[in-house]
Design a protein around this ligand. Structure first.
Ligand code: SAH
Ligand code: SF4
Length: 398
C-alpha cells in the first residue's frame, strides 16, 4: 500500500493538541500550569487526572465527573484524549487476539497515520499483551517479518501505553467493564491483562526514552499497576542500553540470542556485528537485580539445519552457565517469503532435552495465533515510510 498525499491540496491543520495519555505526573503538572491553574490545586488535580487516565481508562473529558465542568472544558480545548482507531480485531482459533491500531500523532496531524499491531495471549491464570515499540524496525534479523519493513517511526510513550489501555478496555479490565464473549480471557477474579512483553514490532531499546516512560507508566502502583516483574523487555542486543534500562525501570529482560557463535549470529541477528556475543553476555551477567527469582530469558528461534544441532544445544547451556537464566525455544513462525523452515518436532525435543537436563524447565514456547499471523516475529504493518518528496511537501506546508 502506498501513502497517498495530495501535495497540492495538503490540508494543513495547524491546531495541535498534545495527548494527556502518556504523560507522567511532571508532565501533567506542567499541563495544568499551562492552563493557569493555581499551584495549590495542581497536585490534587494531577492525582484525579491520573486516576481517570490510568485507573479508569476514560477517553472523554466529560467522564471526569469529579472535575468541574469549566476545567474539563479548558482541558478539552488544549489537550487530546483520543484513542487509536481499531482497524481490525481478529481472534485466533486458540483464543489469541490481534489488533491493528491506527495512530495519528496529535502533535503532527499532517503526518500520515501509522498502523500498529498488538497481540493478546490469554491463559487460564494470566493474560499477556505483546506490545509494539516502533513501526517497522531499523534492524534486519533474517528470520523476522518486521525486519523486512523499514522503520517508519518510533512510537510515542502515549502510543505505547495506549496499546495497553485499549486492550484493557476491549477485555473488560476497567471498573464496570465487560469481558468479551469471543476468544479467551483468564478465569474470573484475574484481570485480563496481567503481563506485558515488549515483543511486538520494533527494537524497544532503539526507542529508549519513550519505551522507558511507557513502562514506568505501566508499572505505576497508583495507575495501571502492573508489577515490574510482569513487564518484560525483549532486545536483540543493544548492549550499552541494557544496564541503563535495568537501573531505570527494574523490568525483566529477554535477549534474542538465536545463535551460539558470532559467525551465525552476525547473519541471523546483524546487530551482533556491533555488539558480539561476549559483550552481550557480559551485560547480561551484570544486569541489575538478577537472582534465581529474577532471571533473564534467552530466546532461541528453532531454525531447521541452521542453529538446531545437539552441539548447538550443548554450547548454549555452557554459554549461559553462571547467569540466572530461563531458556525459551521458539518454533520458527513462517511468513510469506521467509527463507527458513522450522526445525522438526523430533529435533526440537532433542534440543529441549539437553536444555532440560541442564536444569531449565519447560523451555519450548507453544506458538499461539499462527492462523491470524499473530505469532512471534510475524507482525508487520502495511504502513510505509514516506518518500523524501512527501516529507519535503509536509515540511514546506508547515
Ligand atoms: N526487537 C526485539 C523485540 C521484538 S521480536 C527483539 O528482537 O528482541 C520478539 C521475539 O520474536 C524476538 O525474540 C525475535 O527474535 C522473535 N522472532 C522474530 N521473528 C520470529 C519468527 N519468525 N519466528 C519466531 N520468533 C521470531
Ligand atoms: Fe527488529 Fe526484533 Fe525483528 Fe530483529 S527480531 S528485526 S530487532 S523486531
Amino acid at each position: 500500500m502506498s501513502i497517498s498525499l495530495d501535495i497540492a491540496n495538503a490540508n494543513v491543520k495547524t491546531a495541535t493538541k498534545p495527548s494527556l495519555v502518556g504523560m507522567d505526573r511532571d508532565d501533567l503538572m506542567a499541563a495544568l500550569e499551562e492552563l493557569g491553574l493555581p499551584e495549590k490545586q495542581r497536585k490534587m488535580r494531577v492525582s484525579q487526572l491520573w486516576n481517570w487516565l490510568y485507573v479508569n481508562g476514560v477517553s472523554d473529558f466529560d467522564q471526569m465527573t469529579n472535575i468541574a465542568k469549566g476545567l474539563r472544558q479548558q482541558l478539552a480545548d488544549k489537550f487530546d484524549l483520543s484513542r487509536p482507531e481499531i482497524v481490525s480485531e481478529q481472534v485466533s482459533t486458540d483464543g489469541t487476539r490481534k489488533w491493528l491500531f491506527r495512530f495519528t500523532d496529535p502533535m503532527q496531524p499532517n503526518m500520515p497515520p501509522v498502523d500498529v499491531e498488538t497481540v493478546y495471549i490469554p491463559e487460564e491464570d494470566r493474560g499477556t499483551l505483546c506490545v509494539s515499540s516502533q513501526v517497522g524496525c531499523t534492524l534486519t534479523c533474517t528470520f523476522c517479518h518486521t525486519g523486512t519493513q523499514k522503520l517508519v517511526r518510533n512510537l510515542t510513550a502515549g502510543e505505547i501505553v495506549s496499546q495497553v489501555l485499549m486492550a484493557r478496555e476491549r477485555l473488560g479490565d476497567y471498573p464496570g467493564g465487560e469481558r468479551p464473549t469471543d476468544g479467551i480471557v483468564p478465569r474470573a477474579g484475574i484481570r485480563s491483562v496481567t503481563n506485558v512483553v515488549m515483543m511486538g514490532m520494533g527494537e524497544p531499546l532503539y526507542n529508549y526514552d519513550n519505551v522507558k516512560k511507557a513502562m514506568l507508566l505501566m508499572s505505576d502502583g497508583e495507575g495501571i499497576s502492573l508489577s515490574r516483574r510482569r513487564i518484560t523487555l525483549s532486545t536483540s542486543g543493544v548492549v550499552p542500553s541494557i544496564p541503563k534500562i535495568g537501573e531505570e525501570t527494574g523490568v525483566m529482560l529477554a535477549i534474542s540470542l538465536h545463535a551460539v557463535n558470532d559467525e551465525l549470529r552476525n547473519e541471523l541477528v546483524p546487530i551482533n556485528k556491533k555488539w558480539p556475543l561476549e559483550e552481550l553476555l557480559e551485560a547480561c551477567r551484570n544486569y541489575p537485580g538478577l537472582s534465581n527469582a529474577k532471571r533473564i530469558t534467552f530466546e532461541y528461534v528453532m531454525l531447521k539445519d541452521v542453529n538446531d544441532s545437539v552441539q548447538d544445544a550443548k554450547k548454549l547451556v555452557r554459554m549461559l552457565d553462571g547467569i540466572p537464566a530461563k531458556i525459551n525455544l521458539i518454533p520458527f513462525n513462517p511468513w510469506p517469503g521467509s527463507q527458513y523452515e522450522c526445525s522438526s518436532w523430533a529435533q526440537i525435543e532433542k534440543f529441549a532435552d539437553i536444555v532440560n537436563m541442564a536444569g531449565y524447565a519447560s523451555p519450548v514456547r507453544t506458538p499461539r495465533g499462527r492462523d491470524i499471523f499473530a505469532a512471534c516475529g510475524q507482525l508487520k504493518s502495511e504502513t510505509e515510510r514516506m518518500s523524501k518528496k512527501e516529507r519535503d511537501a509536509i515540511a514546506a506546508a508547515e
